[in-house]
Design a protein around this ligand. Structure first.
Ligand SMILES: [Zn+2]
Ligand SMILES: [Zn+2]
Length: 359
């Protein structure tokens, strides 16, 4: 009875909301619902018990309005981050190959037009010279397009681009992902949860239900930042309530103490995460590159303190926060040359410190 009732409800839900029939989308929906409920519980309990806070809201509504604004902004940031593409290699590859095909079609059309114009001009010249009507065996136009532009073979524009970015790994096979069957640019990695290669792969976030890559890393950082601020503010409100109401209602105190402990643990985790990601941004690294440094082919043999993709703290920050004008814009980084790595591994001198070498 219970099983049939459950399956009936699921069928009804699937009919009303088509995404319910997909297990992955269903679990993503439950995850987001759980997160929203968790936020509502932590804030709702506070407004349920804390009479002082309700009184304060009446006299100073801006205080509660600011808190509510942060609460809503954090949830919006969560949904925006979860809904932003991390930068799937397959999407970028398709866009580049389509753009290349369109450019080739345009070039071919202009060559055809040029050939037709040339033939017409030649025919007019002949007509004027001989004073007789032009004759042709057939009406076909034979066009020779530059072989460099016409010969595609199996090498697509994307493959050529990836090869140019990875001069040290010249074989296409060594660059090709065995799951997606497409060449991976430097810093991309296949995610087994998303089953796609991700540009500048950082990690797969279970909390957001998506990968963190070049496309959404910045939004992820802002989300952690807002979540940290919200947790700090909520903890302050909890502490304030416990200070003024201790021993008044012990059962309410116990609930709030348990929630405050959970908040404190979350806060420690969030602050460490925020500091860790800020460090990664300043040095232009990813979590994957930091954790698996010795296993990644392009990082092998590079000294620990050398950050091969770093362009200095200021430029790294600019590229991370400001350089992307749209969510569909991606930056493909090339592997540094041996000379560049040698320069980066050069020990710091007094002159480097004075001239702000890191910036
Ligand atoms: Zn892949
Ligand atoms: Zn993933």
């Amino acid at each position: 009875m219970g099983v049939s009732c459950g399956s009936y409800l699921r069928d009804r839900c699937s009919r009303l909301f088509p995404f319910f029939s997909d297990p992955a989308l269903r679990s993503a929906f439950y995850l987001k619902l759980a997160l929203v409920l968790l936020h509502i519980v932590f804030v709702g309990v506070l407004f349920l018990f804390d009479r002082d806070l309700i009184e304060k809201t009446k006299h100073e509504p801006w205080y509660t309005a600011m808190y509510a604004l942060l609460f809503v902004a954090t949830l919006i940031q969560y949904f925006v981050t979860a809904g932003t593409s991390p930068g799937y290699v397959i999407d970028v590859q398709k866009a580049i190959d389509e753009r290349d095909a369109a450019a080739r079609r345009k070039l071919l059309a202009s060559n055809i037009q040029k050939a037709v114009d040339d033939r017409d001009a030649a025919a007019r010249k002949t007509l004027l010279a001989s004073k007789q009507p032009a004759s042709s065996k057939n009406g076909d136009v034979v066009i020779t397009v530059d072989g460099r532009n016409n010969c595609r073979g199996n090498t697509t524009a994307w493959t050529k681009l990836v090869m140019s970015l990875s001069p040290q790994r010249s074989s296409t096979t060594s660059l090709t992902c065995s799951y997606c069957n497409i060449p991976q640019p430097p810093r991309a990695k296949h995610c087994h949860d998303c089953n796609k290669c991700v540009l500048q792969f950082d990690h797969h976030c279970v909390w957001l239900g998506t990968c963190i890559g070049q496309g959404n890393h910045c939004r992820f950082w802002w989300y952690i930042c807002e979540e940290t601020a919200l947790t700090i503010w909520t903890s302050i409100l909890y502490t304030g309530y416990l200070k003024s109401n201790i021993l008044k209602a012990w059962w309410a105190d116990i609930i709030l103490i348990i929630l405050l402990v959970a908040l404190s643990i979350s806060l420690i985790f969030l602050m460490l995460l925020l500091l860790f990601h800020s460090y990664l941004i300043m040095t232009n690294q990813t979590t994957y590159e930091l954790v698996r440094r010795r296993r990644i082919v392009y990082l092998r043999g590079i000294p620990e303190r050398v950050y091969p993709f770093s362009e200095g703290v200021c430029r790294n920050l600019y590229l991370f926060y400001c350089a992307r004008s749209s969510s569909s814009m991606y930056r493909l980084e090339r592997l540094p040359t041996a000379q560049e790595l040698e320069d980066k591994s050069r020990p710091y001198t007094c002159y480097d410190v004075l001239s702000c070498r890191c910036c």
